[in-house]
Design a protein around this ligand. Structure first.
Ligand code: ADP
Ligand code: SF4
Length: 688
């Protein structure tokens, strides 16, 4: 085994947190995962794998303390009464088995929740509505409610201690997500009693909760405080100047400060809008005020950056949510001198969608995320090959690269053949645009790992046809030839082509991604709803083109609400002067103009344009796959046993799904259909 680089020794120093000791500085901060109480075995295994990967502290997601903070339909953790404890026990045992500390983030969500299952009244500092999404109004908490809520925190903390947690959190961060933060926020706290008005009054509730938790469990458990130091709303929200006073008022009350910026879209900043360490300028004051250790996040994937954070006195512990999802073994890899093997998070926030849509989260970079228990997939280990057969993988996009890498790890001899001059497929093209630069890590990681593998032969500029494949003698052939954007405007909203009088006006996204630039005014038609239309608009407008972005949806890039990109996209496109036209469907492309119709009334209008880019649906590039299927009677003589379409060639989807598809193919090679389709279900444990 390689040795650790001594420069990184500092990352492996222990840190005292109240009565507990973290064995190193790697700290998995609380993060949602879409599993929680409904998929508890999957959640527990996922956390356990992180502890195994070297994280000294592994925390839960937010964990509701009482039915009046019922986050349903989201699937987070609960500690309402003892009947919730077996789920916690399961997780804590897996964390402790690897000598890591288990932390629990207690939460009361105040007016953020509608209490759909519990049907209790929503509580808040004042009589104000919840998010529009819920259409519920909170009732202003009276003194009795405040007393009760303090007691719920105490009860939950005691339960947490009893079940074995090492660190218990109080939580006031992430925009409107937590009741204590709602009390701090002037715009939500309209009280005139001792809990409203002055800063000391608005801090009172959180101070009481911190003191209560400390009194209840302080001798046995460390008490952490997760706090947002800036809402990035200017004077409308909490700013660093006020946060400095708050940290001053509470300085040494908690055993640990876990600090970030608010709200979640700024905390888990998509890489398109900021890079590693983006929070430093906001949080770096905290360590100057408190004597207690400080943890913070910043999509840290580089050990050099982490060392810098410690040496410059910004942080004591390197916090991570997304980097620990993309690579649960990040600490161990640094410890073992394998830092080149770190699978770096790309900041796409596909993982976040699991929380919003209440499904077990998936990760673009880590196909085993969420599959640790369900399918027994481990992020750092894979079972040995089932035969000595050779495998040919055609196409080196995310699916082909991941399949090749996982097959090599299993011990198969792999030939990877790519038609283009470079590996990477769609990731190569999309990351060439400025906004998605970090996404190149999907291919960079896999290309590097394959370069280190003795059983991989990789070729670029090697476009294969059916004749080539039939002459190569590989037992298994995976076709990962991807998909192409349609040019006929068929997409989600209207699933049929539209008339185009002048085809020369239509430019496909691939042409733009490959470097073509239209002259004059460009109309981009977003009938896809995810990121690409907005990325093309951003790129072209940034280069000086006049851009109109048209969509039949109520909003552009609608799905990016689930990846925390949506609000950032709106701001950036407006800053760049992109004209946004919503709820209009394309009727026809005519020479020099596009005819549109209102999706409700059909009322027609038109926009002059010199070029039109349809970002609509994609067609699988399955010509090669079908050609091989047509010649199945020749396979035996050619030594071919199986031909399988994977990734976008099988069904066009997200990069995360393509990576998963490649991984699944590799895991399942030489298994029976029954073994391959097996996954465990959470019957009889989760529930409301
Ligand atoms: P996925 O997301 O499924 O991995 P991509 O579209 O990203 O798919 O990648 C597909 C890759 O396959 C592209 O890089 C493309 O150049 C390559 N490719 C397509 N056809 C062939 C072929 N016949 N031979 C070799 N490579 C091919
Ligand atoms: Fe990072 Fe994307 Fe994975 Fe989330 S889904 S951990 S943002 S690579």
């Amino acid at each position: 085994m390689q040795k650790r680089n001594p420069q990184y020794d500092i990352l492996f120093e222990p840190v005292q947190i109240g009565p507990k000791t973290a064995k190193n500085r790697f700290y998995q901060v609380p993060h949602c995962n879409g599993m929680g109480h409904r998929f508890p075995r999957a959640m527990a295994e996922m956390r356990g794998v992180k502890a195994e990967g070297g994280w000294a502290v592994v925390c839960t997601e937010e964990c509701s303390i009482h039915p009046s903070s019922d986050l349903s339909p989201a699937t987070l953790m609960r500690i309402w009464d003892d009947s919730d404890l077996p789920v916690h026990e399961l997780m804590i045992d897996k964390i402790h088995a690897h000598d890591a500390l288990a932390g629990i983030q207690l939460v009361h969500n105040g007016f953020e929740v509608a209490n759909y299952v519990s049907r209790q009244r929503t509580l808040g500092p004042s009589n104000i509505p919840t998010e529009a999404f819920h259409h519920v109004q909170a009732r202003a908490m009276d003194k009795g409610d405040i007393r009760d809520c303090r007691q719920w925190h105490v009860d939950a903390a005691k339960r947490a201690r009893r079940v074995g947690y090492d660190i218990v959190y109080a939580y006031a961060a992430h925009g409107t997500m937590t009741l204590p933060f709602q009390f701090l926020q002037k715009r939500y706290n309209q009280r005139s009693d001792e809990y409203g008005g002055s800063l000391e009054n608005r801090v009172r509730f959180i101070r009481e909760i911190l003191e209560d938790i400390k009194d209840a469990v302080g001798g046995d458990c460390a008490v952490a405080f997760r706090f947002a130091v800036d809402e990035l709303l200017g004077k409308a929200g909490l700013e660093v100047a006020e946060a400095e006073d708050i940290v001053g008022l509470l300085a040494d009350l908690p055993d640990l400060w876990d600090v970030n910026v608010s709200d979640w879209k700024n905390d888990s900043l998509p890489s398109r809008f900021g890079g590693e360490g983006a929070q430093e300028e906001y949080i770096n004051f905290v360590k100057k005020i408190t004597e207690k250790p400080v943890v913070g996040v910043g999509c840290f994937t580089s050990p050099d950056t982490m060392v810098g954070q410690i040496r410059r006195g910004v942080l004591d512990l390197i916090g991570a949510a997304r980097p620990s999802i993309a690579d649960p073994f990040l600490p161990n890899k640094i410890d073992q001198g394998r830092e080149d093997e770190i699978r770096e998070c790309i900041g796409c926030n596909m993982c976040v969608s699991g929380d919003y849509l209440a499904y077990p989260m998936r990760c673009t970079q880590n196909p085993t995320m969420g599959e640790e228990w369900r399918r027994g997939w481990h992020p750092d280990r894979i079972e040995k090959a089932g035969s000595n057969d050779g495998v040919l993988v055609v196409g080196a996009g995310p699916a082909g690269l991941e399949a090749s890498l996982a097959l090599c790890k299993r011990g198969y001899d792999v030939i990877l053949s790519e038609g283009r001059e470079e590996y990477g497929g769609r990731v190569l093209l999309e990351s060439a645009l400025g906004p998605l630069g970090e996404w190149r890590r999907v291919s960079d990681h896999r290309i590097y790992m394959l370069s280190q593998s003795a059983n991989a032969q990789t070729y670029v500029e090697s476009r294969l046809g059916a004749d080539d494949i039939l002459s190569m003698g590989c037992a298994h052939v995976a076709i990962a030839t991807g998909a192409s954007w349609r040019r006929d405007f068929t997409g989600f909203y209207h699933s049929y082509p539209i008339p185009v009088a002048d085809q020369s006006m239509v430019i496909s996204p691939e042409e733009i991604l490959s470097g073509s630039r239209p002259a004059g005014k460009v109309l981009i038609y977003d009938n896809d709803g995810y990121y690409l239309a907005s990325v093309l608009a951003e790129q072209l407008a940034g280069e000086g083109s006049e851009v109109v972005l048209v969509t039949p949806a109520a909003d552009i890039a609608k799905w990016t609400e689930f990846t925390l990109e949506h609000a950032h996209i709106q701001v950036r496109l407006r800053e760049l002067g992109v004209r946004i036209v919503c709820q209009q469907e394309m009727i026809a492309v005519e020479s020099g103009r596009v005819r549109l119709g209102c999706i409700y009334m059909g009322t027609e209008s038109s926009i002059d344009a010199d070029a039109v880019i349809p970002v609509t649906a994609r067609d699988p590039d399955e010509v090669l796959y079908n050609a091989l299927l047509d010649r199945e009677d020749e396979w035996k003589d050619a030594g071919i046993k199986t031909v399988t379409a994977i990734g976008d060639c099988h069904a066009p989807a997200t990069i995360a799904i393509a990576v998963h598809s490649g991984h699944e193919y590799a895991r399942n090679l030489d298994k029976s259909a029954e073994e391959a389709s097996f996954f465990r279900r959470e019957v009889g444990f989760g529930g409301e």
